[in-house]
Design a protein around this ligand. Structure first.
Ligand SMILES: Nc1nc2c(c(=O)[nH]1)N[C@H]1C(S)=C(S)[C@@H](COP(=O)(O)OP(=O)(O)OC[C@H]3O[C@@H](n4cnc5c(=O)[nH]c(N)nc54)[C@H](O)[C@@H]3O)O[C@H]1N2
Ligand SMILES: Nc1nc2c(c(=O)[nH]1)N[C@H]1C(S)=C(S)[C@@H](COP(=O)(O)OP(=O)(O)OC[C@H]3O[C@@H](n4cnc5c(=O)[nH]c(N)nc54)[C@H](O)[C@@H]3O)O[C@H]1N2
Ligand SMILES: [Mo]
Length: 721
C-alpha cells in the first residue's frame, strides 16, 4: 500500500458553504490523489459539490498556467481560438522567468504612474479565492502604497449586503443546521440545490418532519423542481410580492406586536405603507405574475407557521433577488418579513442571506488603507466601480473631474472578460493597445486573451489561508496539501515581490502568510474568542463565539441585543417603495423579453468552464436559450433552432430549447466562457448592462431585456466586435 497523508484544506471558491476538504496526498510523489468533504464538519458533512468533487481534474489539468509569459511581439490582443474551441491561447505568449516578469511589470507600472499619475492603474479582482489572504491582503497593501485607483467590489452582493445592513445593522442569519427545525422554508431567489448544496440536507431533514419547501424564482431551478411548490415570480418584482405578503399579514392581524414593539423601529409607517391598495394581492398579482390567492395563501401560511405547527418559518434569501435594478429595496422588503412575524425568536426561524458579519477579521491591519498617504497622491485614491468596467476602460478620463484614463489593468482572482456586464464595452477596452494588462491566473482565461503579461497562480490545494464563510459560522484554516505547481506564486507572494521591485521599503511588504493570518485573527473581537493560528492549525476550525440560546443554537435577532442599526432596532423605515426595473416588461418597448443570464449548476461563474469533466456535466445547457412554448411559437422558433438573442448592447447566437423552465416573457441562458469564433462571439454578458442597483451600486444582470429571432444556420458571419 502506498503511503499517504491527509491534509485539511478549505474550498476557497466563492460559495456560501466554505467546505472543509480533506486532501489525500501520496507521500512518494507528493501528488494529491483524492479530495473529499470532511465528515466531521457539521455543514460540509462529508460530501463535496459536483464541481469540487472533480477538483483534481482542475488542479492537474494539462492547461494549467505554470510559468510567467509575455505576449509575443506583433501578436494582437484577443482570443486565439479556432472553430469556437479554446486551447491555442498559449501560442500568443512566450515563456519568461519570474525575474524578467517582475522587472517588466515594475518598469511599466512605474512609467505609467509617472506619466499619468498612479490612479491610471486599476486593480481588478474579485473572489477567485475567498481566503482572507488571497482575497485581500498584500495585494491591497501594494495598490494602496502605489496610489492606484481603488476598486469598488460591487459585482456580486453589494445591493443585498447593504440592504441587509440597513435593516439589521449586521450580516447575520439563521444557522444552516437549524433549517432542519423549520416548518416552512421559502427559497427566495435561492437555487439551494445548485449553488449552496450543503444547506440541502437540512432542508430535507425539515421536510421529513413535515416542512414545506416553496421556491420563489422566475426560473424552475433544480431546487424548484424538487420543491413542494414553485412560484414563478416575475424578475425584479420581489419587492412588491413581499409588500403584498405584508399587506395580507397586517390585514389579518397576524403580525407579532410584542416582538415589533421590542425589536423594531418604524412599524406604524411600514403598516400604513403596506396597507396601501397598490399592495393588495389583486394589484400585486398583475405585476408579479403570482395569483392573488397564491399571495394570500403564502402570506398566511408564512405568518401562522409557528402557531399551526410548532415549527418556525425560515427564508433562504440568496443574491438572485438583488441582481436587479431595485434589488436593494427588494431585499429590504423581504428581510422585513421575519421582523413582522417575529420568526427570529423560534429555533430555525428567521432569514439567511449571509452570515459574513460573524467574522470580524482585522481588515485594516491586513489591507492597510493608510498606505495611500505614503503614495504619490498622499490621499485616498479615486474609486472605480467594478460593475462598470466597460465604462472605466473606454470612457473614464474623458470628462472633467474623472481623473486620468485607465492605462494599466492588473487582474487577479477574476475573469472580467467573461463575468463583467456589458461585455462588448469591456472587450473594446481590453483590446486597447495603449492599455497595459497583467493577468495573474491558474488558466489562460478569456481575460488572459487580452493580457500583455500572464502570471501563474496556485489553487487552494497549494496555498495556506484563513477563511470565514457567508453560509455558516465556522472560521477555518486551510493548509497547503501540495507544493505550488510549476512556478505558481500565491497572491501574497506575488504582491510582496512586486512591492520590493517597485522599491517600497515598508516592513509590511516583508510579512509572510503566517504573520498575515495572525494579524487577520487579532481583531480583538469577542466572537473570535482569542483564537490563534496555532489553535486553528491544530483543530482546523472553530465555531465563532456568538451568543447562544440555552439549546446551543445561535438565534440572531431573537431579541433587541442583536441589532446594530443606529436605532438599535430592526429598521422598517424608510419604507420599501416598489418600482419596476426600467429593463422589465413593465417598461419594455423594442426588446420585450426578460433575460436571465444565470449561473450554471456545475460551474462557478466562469470557473470550471475549461475542464472537460465539468463541461460534460453542463452539456445540456451549453449554448442553449431556454424559451417558453408561447414565445417560441410567436417567433416561429422550434426546439433546436439556432436563435439570435440581441439588444442594443450586443448579440449572441444560441440554440433554442422550448421548455417550461421559464414562463412566457422570460428567457434564460447560462454564464459560460466566451465563444471565440462563430456567428457571434462572447457570452450572455454581451447582453447585460452597466446600469447599477439602487443600493450599493451593484450589477443588474437580472434586469436585462432582449429580443429573440430564428436565424438561418448558414454562413458564419464575421464577429461583431
Ligand atoms: N453551482 C454554482 N454555485 C455557485 C455559483 C455558481 O456560479 N455556480 N456562484 C456562487 C456565487 S458567486 C454566489 S454570489 C452565490 C449566490 O448565488 P445566488 O444568489 O443563489 O445566485 P443566482 O443563481 O444568481 O440567483 C439565485 C436564483 O435567483 C433567480 N432569480 C433571478 N432573478 C430573480 C428575481 O428577480 N427574483 C427572484 N425571486 N429570483 C430571481 C435565478 O433564476 C436563480 O435561480 O452562489 C455561489 N455558488
Ligand atoms: N451573467 C452573469 N454574470 C455574472 C454573474 C451571473 O450570475 N450572471 N455572477 C456575478 C457574480 S455573483 C460574481 S461573484 C462574479 C464572479 O466573477 P469572478 O470573480 O471573475 O469569478 P470567476 O469566473 O469564478 O473567476 C475567478 C478567477 O479567479 C481565478 N483564481 C482562483 N484562485 C486564485 C488565486 O488564488 N489567485 C489568482 N490570481 N487567481 C485565482 C480562477 O482561476 C478564476 O479564473 O461574476 C458575476 N457575473
Ligand atoms: Mo457572487
Amino acid at each position: 500500500m502506498a503511503e499517504t497523508r491527509v491534509v485539511r484544506a478549505v474550498c476557497s471558491h466563492d460559495c456560501p458553504d466554505s467546505c472543509a476538504v480533506l486532501v489525500t496526498v501520496d507521500t512518494a510523489s507528493q501528488r494529491a490523489i483524492k479530495v473529499q468533504g470532511d465528515p466531521t464538519h457539521p455543514v460540509t458533512q462529508g460530501f463535496l459539490c459536483g464541481k469540487v468533487a472533480k477538483y483534481l481534474d482542475r488542479v492537474y489539468s494539462p492547461e494549467r498556467l505554470l510559468y510567467p509569459m509575455r505576449r509575443r511581439a506583433g501578436v494582437p490582443k484577443g482570443p486565439v481560438g479556432y472553430g469556437g474551441v479554446k486551447g491555442r491561447e498559449a501560442e500568443a505568449f512566450e515563456r519568461i522567468g519570474w525575474d524578467e516578469a517582475l522587472d517588466l511589470i515594475a518598469a511599466r507600472l512605474g512609467a505609467i504612474r509617472d506619466q499619468y499619475g498612479p490612479e491610471s492603474i486599476l486593480p481588478y479582482s474579485y473572489a477567485g479565492t475567498i481566503g482572507k489572504l488571497g482575497f485581500g491582503s498584500m495585494d491591497r497593501r501594494f495598490f494602496h502604497r502605489l496610489g492606484a485607483s481603488q476598486l469598488d467590489r460591487t459585482i456580486c452582493s453589494e445591493a443585498g449586503g447593504q440592504a441587509l445592513t440597513q435593516v439589521y445593522g449586521v450580516r447575520l442569519g439563521v444557522e444552516p443546521q437549524q433549517f432542519a427545525h423549520a416548518g416552512l422554508i421559502l427559497a427566495w431567489g435561492a437555487n439551494i440545490h445548485g449553488n449552496n448544496i450543503h444547506l440541502w440536507p437540512f432542508v430535507q431533514a425539515a421536510r421529513r418532519q413535515g416542512a414545506r419547501l416553496v421556491v420563489l424564482d422566475p426560473y424552475r431551478t433544480r431546487t424548484a423542481a424538487a420543491a413542494d411548490e414553485h412560484i414563478a415570480v416575475r424578475p425584479g418584482t420581489d419587492g412588491l410580492l413581499a409588500l403584498s405578503m405584508m399587506h395580507v399579514i397586517l390585514q389579518q392581524g397576524l403580525e407579532d406586536r410584542a416582538y415589533l414593539d421590542r425589536c423594531t423601529h418604524g412599524f406604524a409607517e411600514l403598516r400604513a405603507h403596506a396597507l396601501l391598495p397598490e399592495h393588495a394581492p389583486e394589484a400585486a398579482a398583475r405585476v408579479t405574475g403570482v395569483a392573488a390567492d397564491t399571495i394570500e395563501r403564502l402570506a398566511v401560511e408564512y405568518a401562522t407557521c409557528w402557531r399551526r405547527t410548532g415549527r418556525a418559518a425560515v427564508i433562504r434569501l440568496n443574491y438572485g433577488v438583488q441582481r436587479s435594478e431595485n434589488g436593494g429595496t427588494a431585499v429590504r422588503a423581504v428581510a422585513m418579513l421575519p421582523l413582522l412575524t417575529g420568526a427570529w425568536q423560534q429555533l430555525g426561524g428567521g432569514l439567511q442571506l449571509s452570515t459574513s458579519g460573524a467574522f470580524p477579521f482585522a481588515n485594516e491591519a491586513l489591507q492597510m488603507p493608510g498606505l495611500m498617504h505614503s503614495s504619490p497622491l498622499a490621499r485616498p485614491a479615486r474609486v472605480v466601480n467594478m460593475s462598470a468596467l466597460g465604462h472605466a476602460l473606454t470612457e473614464l478620463g474623458s470628462r472633467a473631474g474623472d481623473g486620468p484614463p485607465v492605462k494599466a489593468l492588473f487582474v487577479y482572482n477574476s475573469n472580467p472578460a467573461a463575468v463583467a456586464p456589458n461585455q462588448n464595452a469591456v472587450l473594446r477596452g481590453l483590446q486597447r493597445d495603449d492599455l497595459f494588462t497583467v493577468v495573474h491566473e491558474q488558466f489562460l482565461t478569456d481575460t488572459a486573451d487580452y493580457a500583455d503579461v500572464v502570471l501563474p497562480a496556485p489553487t487552494f490545494l497549494e496555498t495556506k489561508d484563513v477563511q470565514g464563510a457567508y453560509g455558516h459560522y465556522f472560521v477555518q484554516l486551510s493548509q497547503p496539501a501540495i507544493a505550488p505547481l510549476g512556478e505558481a506564486w500565491s497572491n501574497v507572494r506575488l504582491f510582496a515581490a512586486l512591492a520590493k521591485r517597485m522599491g517600497f521599503e515598508e516592513s509590511c511588504f516583508a510579512e509572510d502568510e503566517d504573520t498575515l493570518i495572525d494579524q487577520a485573527l487579532a481583531s480583538g473581537h469577542a466572537w473570535f474568542g482569542g483564537v490563534t493560528r496555532q489553535q486553528l492549525e491544530r483543530d482546523g476550525r472553530m465555531e465563532m463565539q456568538l451568543p447562544r440560546a440555552a439549546d446551543g443554537s445561535i438565534r440572531p435577532f431573537a431579541d433587541a441585543s442583536w441589532f446594530r442599526t443606529p436605532s438599535g432596532r430592526g429598521e422598517l423605515v424608510p419604507v420599501p417603495v416598489f418600482r419596476a426595473p426600467q429593463e422589465s416588461r413593465a417598461n419594455a418597448t423594442e426588446f420585450p423579453l426578460e433575460f436571465l443570464p444565470r449561473k450554471a449548476d456545475n460551474y462557478m461563474n466562469s470557473t470550471f468552464t475549461n475542464t472537460a469533466v465539468h463541461r460534460q456535466m453542463e452539456a445540456d445547457t451549453e449554448e442553449v436559450l431556454e424559451i417558453s412554448a408561447e414565445d417560441a411559437a410567436a417567433r416561429g422558433i422550434q426546439h433546436g433552432d439556432p436563435v439570435e438573442v440581441w439588444n442594443s448592447r450586443g448579440r449572441i447566437v444560441l440554440r433554442a430549447a422550448v421548455t417550461s423552465t421559464v414562463g412566457a416573457g422570460v428567457v434564460a441562458a447560462t454564464l459560460d466562457r466566451n465563444r471565440t469564433v462563430g456567428p457571434a462571439t462572447g457570452n450572455v454578458n454581451a447582453l447585460t448592462s452597466e446600469r447599477l442597483t439602487d443600493l450599493g451600486a451593484g450589477a443588474t444582470f437580472y434586469s436585462t431585456l432582449v429580443e429573440v429571432r430564428r436565424v438561418v444556420p448558414e454562413p458564419l458571419r464575421a464577429a461583431n466586435r
